[in-house]
Design a protein around this ligand. Structure first.
Ligand code: BGC
Length: 473
């Protein structure tokens, strides 16, 4: 039997059908507002990527991926048969770099590319004239103005480097390459969700949505260019009529992590408020803070501490790990959610939380399981509201290939390692879209979406540059 205190906590975590529907209605409104106007919470950023690849694309490109747990430098070889090969190296980004001067961060990124080229080497034949082209997956909200430029709107996920907001991140990177005399130039900028959508389509066939459920969360999808009203009639017409990076459809980076920053409908508990208040970006990324891997461990920690302080868990004993801000991460939630026996739960509690065995009673196991389940289920249900909102939003405008089935490519640590995440998402999708609606949705992992997506975007940028140089000859 769970103690009474649990009943007070549950309402903000167990989402009933009407709460889910209410969130989706609100979600759709914010998606539409973002398409209509600049400066909305859900930014709905045009990517200037006009469609998804068909799997026949070929070429070898350098790619850079910043925004998850590590900085990755890769060389991606697109084989043109839905397959690719990849060489990669990860580089750690310290908290000092994340929160220091932007130029120092970008110098470090340039140095990492240099280290990759020296230590791992590249098979790309040197261009006769000019530097090597690189695709940059930069997984933060960037207001893109073209496929190779965009200004940073805000940092997320623990990054807070100074003097970067409002600047063109491609320029910041290219300036760093120049400062260091590295013969590489960034020619394409892409969000990881856009990369995931492109990579899933390249590998598996046309997808509608690319979603990240990892350190952060976000989704990209394909919409009619004409629905992006904030671009203005003139630009919409130009894009629709052709030219570079143009067409009737465009990939939109929703930035859904900022959904309901005004907290009008999300189920905000005292544990979420505490997390938000103590974060480096209070009142921002409200949705992300309930769904993504950076935060699920921390919400769980806040709940467990409340139970300890109320003297109903571990005989009222806490530990240094439990007391520390971000003392443990989402891998604890995954370990308990994936536990097959009481012994497994005890192991997670003693190994990760460092609680002494003698303080763990049978009911504590039940309580810890209850807490992780609340947090993990709510994350999956909320993830489903985002997908359902996009599916409903695109109902009228969907291309022929998405009429029967709707494919969603996903990537990220939560999607990959949190047990039953997709299963739980599907429970909520059934409630929201009905049995048939849920069955039409296929969800698949688009591994390495960031690297492959950056390579595919660099290829598009290269083709467009070749086209326009031919035209100007
Ligand atoms: C960023 C997005 C990114 C997502 C997943 C969010 O914090 O704002 O741009 O796509 O994390 O990495």
């Amino acid at each position: 039997m769970l103690p009474d205190i649990c009943k007070d906590i549950e309402p903000n975590f167990l989402l009933c059908d009407s709460a889910l529907e209410h969130i989706v209605t609100h979600f759709r409104r914010e998606l539409e507002a973002g398409l209509a106007r600049r400066g909305e919470d859900v930014a709905m950023i045009p990517s200037f990527v006009p469609g998804v690849p068909d799997g026949t694309e070929e070429g070898t490109f350098l790619a850079l991926d910043l925004g998850g747990t590590n900085l990755r430098v890769c060389e991606v070889r697109l084989l043109g048969n839905h397959k690719f090969e990849m060489k990669q190296q990860k580089y750690k980004v310290s908290d000092d770099l994340k929160e220091g001067e932007a130029t120092v961060l970008f110098d470090y990124i340039a140095d990492s590319v240099d280290a990759f080229l020296t230590e791992i080497g590249s098979d790309i034949a040197p261009e006769k004239s000019g530097p090597m082209h690189l695709g940059f997956t930069f997984s933060f909200p960037v207001e893109q103005t073209a496929i190779n430029s965009g200004t940073l709107l805000t940092w997320t996920k623990g990054f807070n480097a100074k003097n970067a907001i409002g600047k063109d991140v491609v320029k910041l990177l290219n300036d760093a390459f120049e400062r260091k005399h590295i013969h590489v130039r960034c020619s394409a900028l892409v969000n990881d969700t856009v990369g995931t959508l492109l990579s899933r389509s390249y590998q598996h066939g046309p997808a509608l949505i690319g979603a990240i459920f990892g350190t952060g969360t976000n989704g990209a999808y394909i919409d009619k260019t004409s629905t992006v009203a904030k671009l203005g009639e003139k630009q919409i017409r130009e894009l629709e009529e052709g030219g570079e990076h143009a067409g009737a459809y465009m990939v939109i980076n929703t930035e859904w992590g900022a959904f309901d920053n005004k907290r009008q409908c999300l189920p905000v508990s005292i544990f979420d408020s505490k997390l938000d208040r103590m974060s480096i970006n209070p009142r921002k990324q409200a949705f992300e803070k309930m769904v993504s891997g950076m935060y699920l461990g921390e919400i769980t920690r806040n709940i467990l501490l409340h139970l300890i302080d109320s003297n109903v868990l571990f005989e009222g004993y806490s530990t240094a790990v439990l007391n520390e801000h971000y003392g443990f991460d989402t891998s604890f939630v995954s370990a308990v959610e994936g536990a097959e026996s009481d012994e497994d739960v005890i192991k997670a509690i003693t190994d990760i939380l460092k609680v002494k065995r003698k303080h763990i009673k049978e009911r504590d196991l039940e309580l810890v399981r209850w807490a992780t389940k609340l947090v993990a289920h709510r994350a999956a249900y909320l993830a489903a509201t985002a997908v359902a909102a996009v599916v409903q939003h695109t109902e009228k405008n969907r291309r022929e290939e998405e009429k029967e089935t709707i494919d969603v490519g996903v990537d990220g640590s939560v999607a990959q390692y949190l047990p039953r995440f997709e299963e739980n998402m599907r429970v909520a999708l059934r409630k929201l879209l009905g049995e048939d609606g849920e069955k039409r949705i296929t969800i698949g992992l688009a591994k390495d979406g960031s690297g492959v997506g950056a390579a595919l975007t660099a290829l598009q940028a290269k083709k467009a540059a070749e086209r326009s140089s031919k035209l100007s000859k």
